[in-house]
Write a protein that binds this ligand. Structure first.
Ligand code: NDP
Ligand code: 8X3
Length: 254
């Protein structure tokens, strides 16, 4: 029987590329995100091109009632989830702690930390109930491995993802659920456009003068982690552009 993967934040970037990579492997998909049209376009594309089944769930990971409404009422044939990719996340703003906006901090904390918790609580429960193990992949960041100026709250949320990944593994390994973290450096997606609130020039400047990772580069790593034999857990992967040594060290050409 084909596997089922649930990917949060599949409307764009790494989540979307992961959906395509999984679809090519014949994995049926539950894809989530807030932008309904993008979700439905993705479902049509994947069903037509790769002949898989796709379920779209348009919820906001920050809103517990929405997460529960969709995930606690899955159609019977979608309840046995084999793989969960906790990918939905964002940075908003890049300001020192004395002047950062509280509303930006709350968006990041609610999405990047509470969102993973809300989704993982229900999906790990479903995996345990099904009794057939499972695999949870959390998308961390190099911002979860070290910090950089003005990255304060985003870095703190990704450090939380790092801690949660290790803690979830301790809670779930006895249920044969593997927990892995994939932590990328700079990936060219909508990420910087969101961080800089639609300032496209500033966002594109982030990726100028070097070759960043593409979303499919990261999807390839996620697929590799998922395809490891069941006795192998690749628990933590950091993946960087070759031209990047840390969040603040990038070798740019003029
Ligand atoms: P994108 O902005 O391209 O994609 C983010 C995805 O998250 C979208 O599909 C978006 O869907 C979804 N999302 C955001 N907020 C919510 C929400 N409240 N509820 C549901 N879905 C939400 O960025 P990336 O692909 O780059 O980001 C994916 C993950 O990778 C994030 O966790 C990010 O922190 C991490 N990351 C990114 C790096 C980068 O350089 N790009 C590097 C390291 C880690 P929608 O808007 O439709 O809701
Ligand atoms: C995204 C990478 O360096 O902007 O998580 O924090 S960085």
């Amino acid at each position: 029987m084909s596997k089922i993967a649930l990917i949060t934040g599949a409307t764009s970037g790494i989540g979307r590329a992961t959906a395509v990579a999984f679809a090519k492997e014949g994995i049926n998909l539950i894809v989530t995100g807030r932008r309904v049209q993008l979700l439905s376009d993705l479902a049509t594309e994947l069903e037509e091109e790769y002949h898989i089944n796709v379920l779209t769930l348009p919820f906001d990971v920050r809103v517990l009632s929405q997460v529960e409404q969709y995930l606690c009422n899955l159609p019977e044939e979608w309840k046995k989830i084999d793989i969960l990719v906790n990918n939905a996340g964002l940075a908003v703003g890049l300001d020192p702690v004395n002047s950062g906006l509280v509303e930006d901090w709350e968006r990041m904390i609610d999405t990047n930390i509470k969102g993973i918790l809300y989704v993982s609580r229900i999906v790990s429960g479903l995996m345990i109930k099904a009794g057939d193990g499972g695999h949870i992949i959390n998308i961390g960041s190099i911002a979860g491995k070290s910090v950089y100026p003005n990255g304060n709250v985003y870095c703190a949320t990704k450090h939380a993802v790092d801690a949660l990944s290790r803690a979830m593994s301790m809670d779930l390994f006895k249920h044969k659920i593997r927990v892995s973290q994939v932590s990328p450096g700079a990936v060219e997606t909508e990420f910087s456009n969101v961080r800089f609130k639609g300032d496209i020039e500033r966002a594109s400047g982030v990726y100028k003068g070097f070759i960043p990772l593409s979303p499919s580069d990261v999807a390839d790593v996620i697929l590799f982690v998922v395809k490891a034999p069941s006795h192998v857990n690749i628990s933590d992967v950091v993946v960087m552009p070759s031209a990047q040594a840390s969040a603040t060290m990038i070798d740019r050409e003029d």
